[in-house]
Design a binder for this molecule. Structure first.
Ligand code: HEC
Ligand code: HEC
Ligand code: HEC
Ligand code: HEC
Ligand code: HEC
Length: 189
């Protein structure tokens, strides 16, 4: 009785437990990969909004919609009323604009999926970087040419520090630029 129980444990239970453990690790590893390294992450959005059309062809300024970039930590994603400045009239019979109008009328925030993200324990502030003269493209790639926003670079600690130690290399277009901080407390406060 005791022996057959041990047999069962060794031959069936243990391999099965290991198999499930390894499988769930692998699944978690691959499924969460985009959020961890981020490069190439381009989730489908609730409305097919195109930067290529609005920021590229129509040349709407980034700050018309991302109003926080010179003022604070977050660039901010615009609420539906900014879109409705134009779309109460523009293309208002199109299905995507009908969807947009519905969010607006029901006063619900559009559930845009977040793409670029540093973890909670790290501190990043747009205004400091943008007011220094660093262009959006240096960190986000050529958004004005993207139909769907796609993350161009990863935000590991090394990625931040590479520029902080050697800003001239990534910012050849600036005449003068200070080094960014490399002390831990600057980014982990
Ligand atoms: C008409 C409004 C509008 C304009 C103009 C605009 N954006 Fe956006 N932007 C959005 C909206 C809405 C989203 C969220 C949906 C998406 O990701 O496409 C967004 C998302 C983004 C994101 C990704 C946010 C995240 O979740 O990480 C970046 C980066 C960005 N915009 C940069 C830019 C840059 C750079 C410009 C100028 C070249 C620009 N945007 C112009 C409306 C705008
Ligand atoms: C400054 C005016 C303006 C703003 C602000 C604006 N749009 Fe547009 N948008 C337009 C115009 C004009 C078109 C049509 C362009 C064309 O087809 O030539 C358009 C086209 C679109 C389309 C494609 C519609 C279709 O199916 O043909 C979508 C979707 C869209 N906009 C969503 C948005 C969203 C979401 C926002 C806010 C984040 C926004 N727009 C902000 C002017 C604007
Ligand atoms: C020095 C690099 C850098 C520059 C320059 C930069 N960004 Fe970002 N951006 C980031 C990082 C890093 C994040 C993730 C921030 C976080 O998680 O708090 C981000 C996030 C965003 C987001 C997501 C929402 C938010 O508010 O955090 C938007 C939208 C955005 N950036 C737009 C812009 C625009 C528009 C510009 C130019 C005016 C710009 N960024 C310039 C690095 C940069
Ligand atoms: C392309 C270059 C570049 C990248 C990428 C970059 N930085 Fe910076 N950062 C700078 C420069 C330049 C300064 C110094 C500005 C000054 O003092 O004139 C700075 C300053 C700072 C400061 C000090 C100002 C403040 O907000 O308190 C912090 C914190 C910071 N960066 C965090 C980050 C983090 C976190 C990342 C990565 C997610 C990052 N930076 C990525 C160039 C960069
Ligand atoms: C320029 C900003 C910046 C500075 C300076 C900085 N860090 Fe970080 N650190 C980050 C960011 C951003 C992350 C998140 C990285 C990620 O998601 O991969 C991070 C992540 C970490 C982590 C988590 C593990 C990892 O590597 O992802 C530890 C631990 C850490 N930092 C310790 C430190 C220590 C110790 C110092 C001082 C020697 C320091 N950091 C200085 C931006 C910074």
């Amino acid at each position: 009785m005791k022996k057959s129980f041990l047999d069962y444990t060794l031959k069936i239970r243990l391999p099965l437990t290991l198999f499930v453990a390894v499988l769930s690790f692998l699944i978690t590893f691959y499924v969460s990969r985009p959020e961890r390294d981020g490069i190439g992450y381009a989730p489908e959005q609730p409305i097919h909004y195109s930067h290529k059309l609005h920021a590229g062809e129509m040349k709407i300024d980034c700050q018309y919609c991302h109003t926080g970039v010179t003022k604070g930590r977050h660039a901010l994603v615009p609420s539906a009323n900014i879109c409705m400045n134009c779309h109460t009239v523009a293309k208002n019979k199109q299905p995507e604009i009908i969807k947009l109008t519905k969010y607006y009328n029901e006063k619900t925030t559009i559930p845009w999926k977040r793409i670029h993200k540093v973890p909670e324990y790290a501190y990043f502030n747009h205004s400091v970087h943008v007011n220094t003269g660093i262009q959006c493209e240096t960190c986000h790639g050529n958004i004005a040419d993207m139909e769907v926003v796609n993350q161009m670079r990863g935000w590991t600690m090394t990625a931040c520090l590479d520029c902080h130690r050697n800003p001239e290399q990534q910012l050849p277009y600036l005449e003068k630029v200070n080094n960014g901080p490399t002390n831990c407390a600057a980014c982990h406060r």
